[in-house]
Write a protein that binds this ligand. Structure first.
Ligand code: ZN
Length: 306
């Protein structure tokens, strides 16, 4: 079963109040979330507290969670919100209260702050446009990986994630600026074709094609924001595991190293840390963390059917 199918199945059970399914969700994601939080918080206890709140946040906002998106992306978005709340409160020198922390559990970036009516009217359209863009970007990343076109992927991340200019990309990859311009041109062509193909497949999004332009490949574009928020180029956990085992070829390893360390992907970094620590952690402490997360969130689980 693919990870996303397994997640969808688990969440369906969770929504029906299945406590065992909820334990499994926690167990599956607690490690990578704690690793992520630990990179920003000195105390392990603080990191674990925030992860507990993240699971509560997931249950409380389960209604808003769009199942076509990956659960990992959603959990990391909640965790990021919790972390920024945490730092904001520390700055203000206020004591945290659980009530305050739980005021807004849905990741802010996913809900445009507009007046309610404009928001509702625009939401469906924005959502479907966005879904088409995400689909296009993901397919493209998959194609690059299958065809081992890692240089194209790196160029895109250098431009959109690191905000580098053509000249800097060229110097870094020892290419001419013309070659970089050629890659950009080719990438945009590929995105155009993928978007057109996706729109053909989905009559609902008809006429809502994105007009791809060179500006989309810059750091301040909405495409770049979506690329980062969705982790469009993030690696599968199984791929990161194979990377650690040293069974991938050099091109793959170089690309993963670039994505994690140069493009500084927090999320893949956290997954790698978690995988590295997995063997070292004892079963008892993992179980203790799972039970703590479970105990603090189970009250938000809906009642099981009679
Ligand atoms: Zn990543």
């Amino acid at each position: 079963m693919a990870a996303s199918e397994a997640d969808a199945y688990l969440l369906e059970s969770v929504q029906k109040g299945d406590q065992q399914a909820w334990r499994e969700v926690i167990e599956r994601y607690q490690g990578r979330l704690v690793s992520f939080a630990r990179r920003m918080l000195a105390q392990r206890g603080d990191a674990e507290d925030i992860v507990q709140e993240t699971f509560v946040g997931l249950l409380r906002s389960l209604q808003n969670y769009d199942r076509s998106r990956s659960l990992e992306t959603y959990l990391f978005a909640i965790l990021r919100n919790k972390l920024s709340d945490h730092f904001r409160k520390m700055q203000k020198g206020q004591r945290q209260s659980l009530e305050q922390l739980n005021v807004d559990d849905a990741p802010a970036a996913w809900l445009d702050r507009q007046t309610p009516s404009a928001y509702l009217a625009g939401r469906e359209k924005i959502e479907s446009q966005r879904a088409a863009l995400v689909g296009c970007l993901r397919q493209w990343v998959e194609q690059c990986r299958t065809q081992q076109r890692f240089q194209d992927l790196m160029v895109v991340e250098m431009l959109m994630v690191l905000g580098m200019r053509n000249k800097e990309v060229a110097a870094d990859l020892e290419l001419s600026e013309t070659a970089v311009a050629g890659i950009k041109f080719r990438v945009l062509e590929q995105w155009r074709k993928l978007t057109a193909a996706l729109l053909d497949d989905d009559s609902q999004t008809e006429g809502r094609s994105h007009d791809w332009q060179e500006a989309d490949l810059s750091q301040d574009s909405s495409v770049a924001r979506i690329w980062q928020e969705e982790g469009a180029s993030c690696l599968k956990r199984s791929t990161l595991g194979r990377h650690l085992l040293g069974v991938l070829d050099d091109d793959w390893n170089a690309y993963i190293d670039f994505h994690v360390n140069v493009a500084a992907c927090d999320r893949c970094h956290a997954n790698l840390d978690d995988l590295r620590e997995e063997d070292a952690r004892d079963a008892a402490s993992l179980e203790a963390l799972r039970e703590r997360c479970f105990a603090s969130s189970v009250g938000f689980l809906s009642r099981p059917p009679e």
